[in-house]
Each structure stands twice: as C-alpha cells, then as structure tokens.
Ligand binder design. Structure first.
Ligand SMILES: *Cc1c(COP(=O)(O)O)cnc(C)c1O
Length: 386
C-alpha cells in the first residue's frame, strides 16, 4: 500500500510536478516574510489589500468578544447567528438580488449550487477554462457535462439549441483565474433566457474589484446591472473582501432550494460569526473606498505599459490578474526561481492547471502595492530577458 503511494509521488517529482508549500510568517501583504526571507509578493488574491486591515481586525476581535470563536453548530440546527443573517442581507442588497446565502467557502458554494440544481437527466454546459470547483461540482451532480471552448458562445448556442433535458445549467467564471479575461455576461444571459437555462456566474475574482463600487462583474455595464432572474451569482469573500467564505445571490425560490437541499450548506458547521462581523466592515470599505480600485487600475496600467517591450507578452487582461505567457514549463519555473532569488515572488503556473505549452507567470496586483513595487518587478523581468 505504501510503496504504491511512494512510487506515484516519485513519478510526480521526476516530472517536476511535486508541489511544495512555503511557510508564510507574516500577514498577507505586498511585502511578506517566507521562511526567514523578505519578499515583494505578486501572488495573493488580496486585490484591495484588506486581508490585514486594522478595521477588519478590530471588527473580528469585537465579534469574538461578543459572539465567541466557534459557531458550534450548522446553520439549520442553531449555528445561524444574527451577524450571519445581517451579512446575508447586506450582501443581497449590495449585489442587488432579493436574497443571498452564506457558504463556508467558494468551493463548497459551487458544489452546493450545482448539485442542488442539476442531477441525473439534466445538462450542464461549462466553459473549458472554468475553475476546478465548478468542474468537480458538475461531475458530482451526475448531470450530463458538456464543456465548450473558452468563451465560444457559438458552440454553446448550438449545444443549447439541441439539448432536450428538463433542466439546463450554464456555468462560467466571470473573471477567469489563470487568464484574467472576463466572460461576455450580457450575451450569456441572453442565450440562457432564450434557451430556458439557468446561468451560474462565479465571480471569485470580480467581486470587490469590478463594476460600480466593486459590486462585481454583473455591474460592468454603464447602465447599471446585467439583470435577469435566470442568473445565480456566486462570489467569494476570501479574495478582494480579505476575509473568508462565499455567498450565493439569486431569486428567493433558488435560495430557499439551496437551504433545503444544498448538502455542502446543510452538513457543515457554520463559519465563526466573527468572520461575518469582519465582512460587514469589509463590505463598507469595498463600497466606500473607491481609491483602492483607482490605485489598482493605475498599477494594472503601469505594468502593461512597462512590459510592452519584453520578449514575453502579457495575456489580454484588464483585471488584477496579469498572466505573462512564457510557454515551456521549465522556462516558466526558471524565471519564477530567478525572480525569487531577487526577492520577488511570482508563481509559475504550469500544465495541467493551464493548457500544454502555455506555462505562465501569474502576476497578481493589489491596491496595497506601490508604484515602486511595479517598477522593481519590471526591472527584474527586463534583466532576466536580456
Ligand atoms: C478561489 C476560487 C474559488 C474557491 O473559492 P474559495 O472560497 O477559496 O473556496 C471558486 N471559484 C473561483 C473562480 C476561484 O478563483
């Protein structure tokens, strides 16, 4: 039994695929301490720099003093605290849906929504580059699972037109996590309405960052929100919101169905109420501090401008996820290592996470970065390319 596992691990190592955790010794920030060394980091999803914000820390401490540390029970038994409830109301209002439901993580939210809404005899249509949690959810649901080429709505439409299932569910990342590009949400909504399908939008990387006041990818249009009752909106609270958790917002019938039958909602302990307390504060900062998004936009523009003459090209992205396409896995790993030796952390993303031959450096920017941080990364990349 053990030698079988050891053999598999050895193979993984030989292929350069053995993954290792690095021990972070500081809070998440633009400057971090890892295993005794200081680094300038471009790896986190803390896009607004809220993960270590004093007001959030204070709210979490106040929450702990008032309501304790652990929820002690699931939501349906008696773990549903008044602050969970307040946060759900605030999130529904902020994302402009009638109701919202908190989940422990985005992974669990996706599993819960997809398995509650689709089952044997139903069909799920999914963008090929969707997040792993959406793929796992589709497989777990036992519905027929059809993946369409990235952003290819022509193929999606053909498949929708020929589908005869009772229930159809289209699922897509709003901002693709390894590309940084954005799904054509208005066109997806239009297709789903035309063919009677639900649309699950995973806005893990858009919530807090995109749209008016950071309300997310559904608010990217100038004239308000992309509205439709077929949309089921999922966003995470451990990325731009800086804390932990996720929520789903949708029509009341959908939310009530999730409460009754989403297994990853029902059969798990509610998150510590102190996290909801911190998130209520986070939501206020997201809504009011426009300057964080303005700063982030400046960093994105500066990076794109600076890297124009590099031999490696940035993928087309206007979001804080700025992937630098390298190609070969070994080369991407080498550049990431050379940057590390210069005190800069940028992760190399390799197959199977991304398609063969498209290994990349995934640069993620944060409002917590300074212009000189971007300049330092730029200089290092030009040195390595020379
Ligand atoms: C991070 C992420 C998730 C998972 O969210 P967690 O709260 O970290 O579990 C889901 N979908 C996408 C697109 C993500 O990037």
């Amino acid at each position: 039994m053990f030698s079988d596992l050891a053999e598999q691990l050895r193979k993984r190592e030989q292929q350069g695929l053995l993954r290792q955790r690095q021990i972070l010794e500081s809070p998440q920030a633009n400057h971090i301490s890892v295993e005794g060394c200081h680094y300038l980091a471009f790896c986190s999803n803390d896009y607004l720099g809220l993960a270590n914000h004093p007001q959030l820390i204070e709210a979490a401490c106040a929450g702990a003093r008032q309501l304790g540390v652990g929820a002690g029970a699931s939501h349906l038994i008696n773990g549903h605290s008044v602050v969970h409830h307040d946060l759900e109301r605030a999130l529904a209002a902020f994302s402009d849906f009638p109701r919202a439901l908190l989940f422990s993580t985005g992974y669990m939210a996706n599993i819960g929504v997809v398995t509650a809404l689709a089952g044997r005899g139903d069909i799920i249509f999914a963008d090929r580059l969707n997040h792993a949690s959406l793929n796992d959810a589709a497989l777990l649901s036992r519905a027929k699972f059809i993946r369409y080429p990235h952003l290819n709505l022509e193929v999606l439409e053909k498949r929708l037109a020929s589908a005869t299932a009772r229930r159809k569910l289209v699922i897509s990342d709003a901002v693709f996590s390894m590309e940084g590009d954005v799904a054509p949400i208005p066109q997806l909504i239009e297709l789903c309405e035309r063919y009677g399908a639900w649309l699950l939008i995973d806005d893990a990387h858009g919530f807090g960052v995109l749209g008016r006041q950071g309300r997310g990818s559904l608010f990217l249009s100038n004239d308000g929100k992309h509205h439709s009752p077929v949309v089921i909106y999922m966003a995470t609270l451990g990325k731009a919101a800086g804390v932990f958790g996720a929520f789903v917002a949708a029509q009341p019938e959908v939310i009530e169905t999730l409460i009754q039958s989403a297994r990853s909602y029902i059969y798990t302990t509610a998150t510590p109420p102190l996290l909801s307390q911190a998130l209520l504060t986070s939501l206020q900062l997201i809504e009011n501090d426009e300057w964080r998004r303005e700063l982030l936009a400046q960093h994105i523009a500066q990076l794109k401008q600076n890297l124009q003459s590099l031999p490696w090209k940035l993928l087309p992205s206007d979001t804080p996820i700025q992937p630098l396409l390298i190609g070969e896995s070994i080369e991407a790993a080498r550049i990431s290592q050379r940057l590390r030796e210069r005190g800069i952390l940028v992760p190399a993303i390799r197959p199977p996470t991304v398609p063969q031959g498209t290994a990349r450096l995934r640069i993620s920017l944060s409002a917590a970065h300074q212009p000189q941080d971007i300049a330092r990364l730029t200089d290092a990349l030009y040195e390595l390319a020379a």
